[in-house]
Design a protein around this ligand. Structure first.
Ligand code: SF4
Length: 375
């Protein structure tokens, strides 16, 4: 055996838990769900149809749709031959309509590329539209008794709690670990009852909120229950770090007037008066030359000095502003055509439509005139 494959097999075996599958099977046979319309058959078409419908929808909502579909399209060929509009119409109300489009496309591929019969392995089923790895395994287990591991959201929750698996299950490393665990736990026999049992446990006992631990066969060994972490497992999706943006703002002062820029109608500060910016520029440590040259368009720059930074939080990002105080000796005459830039008396700023951080910056300068050399 290839070294890596052998190591993977050893790792898989280390994740096996003797008796786990037997407990699931015994519990399913006694307490699981029986008599659902898609149970008691090994017809892959019916099983596939139910698994697709159940992907994001509760059993009770699926049953009438499932029965109507089977009545109208009793075989995969009849579904493949139907107009898409007829399929969509029958699906109407079940939601997540990409499922219906994939359903139709999948039926056509089964008709055209597989001779009208669903392929009998999870690996090949997973190549068809709308059939992910877990759905493929469920169909293969129920229809062909293949020892294939399922891992839908319910099963992830059960595993995370029973085995005390930390980390967000949507993260690749955690998901890989869960798949390895799912694979290692598979029973040699009764794959249908085992697969159905995992589904039933997740849907009826180990529910997301208020799980019924008293009715759970794993209560004595469940890590989450034993360590009072049922509410914490599985771990929630971690919040993303807030993007950070950097901008240089120019506070050009000429006498007691400040240069402001009228923003265009769109954007975060659309329609407001703000300070000229050098946004997102990766300026070197001492950027006074770059700032002075940007400000030179407004007048004769006497000096440019950095002031204390200011950070402002928006809903989707944080803006870090480095203000530059630029002393302008003689200002240029603005172009004849309407310009976005204009000079404003410092004592008129209180009533000006300024963005909050710009107002803060300017007020800081005005109430501490020593900083700006305005005394
Ligand atoms: S004991 Fe509770 S938390 Fe643990 S698997 Fe059972 S229902 Fe879920």
């Amino acid at each position: 055996m290839h070294k890596a494959a052998a190591e993977a097999r050893i790792a898989d075996e280390s994740l096996a838990v003797p008796g786990f599958a037997g407990q699931v099977i015994a519990w399913q046979q006694q307490h699981g769900r029986h008599g659902l319309p898609w149970q008691g058959t090994s017809d892959p078409y019916r099983i596939w149809l139910s698994e697709i419908m159940l992907q994001q929808t509760q059993v009770a909502a699926v049953i009438p749709y499932y029965l109507r579909f089977l009545e109208r399209f009793p075989t995969v060929r009849s579904l493949a031959d139907a107009e898409l509009a007829a399929v969509m119409g029958l699906w109407s109300g079940l939601g997540y309509y990409s499922r219906a489009r994939n359903l139709h496309r999948c039926a056509q591929l089964v008709r055209d590329q597989h001779g009208g019969a669903f392929p009998a392995s999870a690996a090949t089923l997973a190549t068809l539209p709308g059939i992910g790895r877990s759905t493929a395994a469920a169909i293969a287990a129920f229809a062909f008794a293949e020892r294939a591991a399922i891992l839908d959201g319910n099963v992830k929750r059960v595993f995370c709690r029973v085995f005390g698996i930390d980390g967000f299950p949507g993260e690749k490393a955690v998901e890989n670990l869960l798949w390895a665990r799912a694979q290692a736990l598979l029973p040699e026999r009764h794959i249908q009852a085992y697969t159905q049992g995992l589904m039933d446990l997740g849907a009826t006992v180990c529910t997301r909120s208020r799980p019924k631990c008293d009715a759970c066969p794993f209560r004595p060994s469940c890590v989450a229950h034993g360590s009072a972490r049922v509410a914490q497992l599985p771990a929630r999706k971690p919040s993303k770090p807030v993007p950070q943006r950097q901008t240089e703002m120019i506070i050009a002062l000429c006498g007691d007037e400040v240069l402001l820029e009228q923003r265009g109608p769109s954007g975060i500060w659309g329609g407001l008066l703000s300070l000229p910016e050098l946004p997102g520029v990766d300026l070197p440590g001492d950027a006074s030359d770059a700032v002075a040259s940007a400000a030179a368009g407004f007048g004769t720059v006497l000096r440019a000095d950095p002031l204390d930074r200011l950070s402002h939080g928006f809903t989707h990002f944080t803006l870090h502003i480095r203000p530059w105080l630029v002393r302008v000796g003689e200002r240029h005459v603005m172009a004849a055509e309407p310009s976005a830039f204009s000079w404003h008396r410092a004592d008129s700023l209180a009533a000006a439509p300024l963005p909050a951080p710009v107002r803060k910056l300017l007020m800081r300068l005005l109430v501490e005139p020593r900083l700006a050399g305005m005394d």
